[in-house]
Design a protein around this ligand. Structure first.
Ligand code: SF4
Length: 341
């Protein structure tokens, strides 16, 4: 029997994905298990080719507005906004129209594809709050300056998802956060199944799905691999990868940071499993990757969350735009293009 080197096996898997086939769960688990720097660089080279093949040199940029901050009823262990944790994070009620329209202006100036309204609460039901949320979405959508996206928690009825769509919402952010197996280790006030059910209502309403997770919470590589396959099965259009930024006062405040090469390898593995989706690097990139931030694209990422995150700071949008320019990447993106299928 001829021994196949790691280099050859990675190259064969790259050709398989470039040819339009899916990699198996077993091959994906093997990619996640790679340890040596040489193998991870081979893997990233393959992921970069897959990104270029399916996405060209376009990079999709998104930004968020914290539309309702803090005092959340849920106990997600990574989150500064949970009422279970003492983090000193700001608390305020639902956002007025002005800051949302200012965010739309800023997005328009910086070639940012979408502005997402993000609320720290369990979820959204029918009633006056839904009316107010729909008003903000309508104003954002009617501004014509950006795509109106939102991340508003768990939804338990088709009628709510339909109302959001009618108001002009295009894409809803709802992370699975982790594998089904690991989920109870970071949240016990709602379930993985609640999240999957929400995505079902959103898809039925005709909304695009932005769903990914957080790495560095203590999950295994197998959990990360399972998350990527679950997102593929659910039909996520955009897949944000957040990297835990341990916040003082949360149960994960003392988590060991993931090594940058492990983060880049994870991004590359996601690209092999999800070749056509937008893979977006979101929270935690500045603090975890530092000088290696630009390598997320050569590891296969095709989208970037820019501007400040919900409770932590990011590098400036100008610096991100310069980074893209230096890499020969183009942030001009058709706001309504979800060419991920
Ligand atoms: S992640 Fe969302 S649901 Fe969980 S505590 Fe934070 S704001 Fe609440």
């Amino acid at each position: 029997m001829v021994d196949v080197t790691n280099h050859e096996r990675i190259s064969d898997l790259t050709s398989l994905v470039l040819g339009g086939d899916n990699i198996s769960r077993e091959d994906a688990a093997w990619l996640f298990s790679l340890e040596s720097s040489a193998d991870i660089h081979d893997l990233m080279a393959g992921a970069n080719r897959i990104r270029e093949h399916f996405k060209g040199n376009k990079i999709h940029l998104c930004s968020i507005v914290n539309a309702k901050a803090g005092a959340c009823s849920e106990n997600c262990s990574f989150c500064a906004q949970s009422s279970f944790h003492q983090t000193g994070s700001p608390k305020y009620g639902f956002v007025d129209p002005e800051p949302v329209l200012e965010a739309a202006d800023e997005a328009n100036r910086n070639n940012v594809t979408a502005v997402g309204l993000v609320a720290a609460w369990k979820g959204l039901k029918e009633g006056p709050m839904l009316d107010e949320v729909c008003d903000r979405i309508r104003e954002l959508s009617n501004s014509g300056k950006t795509r109106a996206d939102a991340s508003l928690g768990i939804i338990k009825s088709q009628a709510v998802a339909n109302r959001l769509k009618e108001a002009g919402l295009e894409c809803y952010g709802h992370n699975l956060e982790s594998s089904k197996r690991f989920f109870p280790k970071h949240c016990s006030t709602h379930t993985y199944e609640d999240r999957v059910e929400t995505i079902g209502y959103l898809k039925k309403a005709g909304l695009k799905i932005c769903s990914g997770g957080i790495i560095g919470m203590g999950e295994t590589r197998e959990d990360r691999c399972d998350l990527a396959f679950s997102l593929k099965e659910l039909g996520a259009n955009v897949v944000p990868i957040n990297i835990l930024n341990p916040i003082k006062g949360t149960p994960f405040e003392n988590n060991e940071p993931l090594p940058p090469m492990e983060i880049l390898k994870t991004i590359a593995c996601f690209r092999f499993i999800l070749p056509k989706q937008e893979i977006m690097i979101a929270g935690g990139r500045t603090v975890n990757l530092r000088d290696m931030q630009s390598m997320v694209f050569t590891a296969g990422a095709s989208a970037l969350m820019v501007g400040n995150y919900l409770t932590t700071l990011n590098q400036s949008v100008e610096k991100d735009l310069q980074m893209l320019k230096d890499l020969g990447l183009d942030p001009n993106w058709d706001k309504h293009d979800f060419s991920d299928q």
